[in-house]
Write a new protein. Structure first.
Length: 136
């Protein structure tokens, strides 16, 4: 009787060992298959993103060429002449202003006369605006 009880313990132990090994083998196989599936899915995703990138780069090229065409100087001159009635000024319409003072010009002259950088930028901006508003 004891021999059969020991044999039963050994056979139950062997069954559990075999089941454990089978579970381990199936687990390893399952992980390997899952890993391969993930690699394939990521490959598809990379291809999709590459296609989308190429599509967006093509769209960017089209938009840049359209922007360049719309901003071309010839087009702006044509619109200014046709729609706004603007034209190139005649020689006698151009007025040059000369500063009679012998002092230095530009930023160096401004700073030498006691002005500040902020005031110089403001004056240049004001002069630029007045010049461009007068030519329109």
């Amino acid at each position: 009787m004891q021999g059969s009880r020991v044999d039963r313990k050994i056979s139950v132990r062997r069954v559990w060992i075999v089941l454990g090994l089978l579970a381990l083998v199936f687990g390893v196989v399952f992980l390997r298959v899952w890993q391969e599936m993930q690699i394939v899915q990521l490959g598809y995703r990379v291809n999709q993103l590459n296609e989308e990138r190429q599509r967006l780069l093509n769209r960017q090229r089209i938009l840049l060429s359209r922007r360049n065409a719309l901003a071309s100087l010839e087009r702006v001159e044509a619109i200014a002449g046709q729609k706004l009635g603007m034209r190139v000024p005649e020689r006698e319409q151009v007025v040059f202003l000369v500063d009679p003072s012998p002092r230095r010009s530009g930023l160096a002259g401004w700073l030498a006369s006691g002005g500040t950088l902020a005031r110089w930028v403001e004056a240049v901006t004001r002069g630029w605006r007045a010049h461009h508003q007068g030519s329109i």
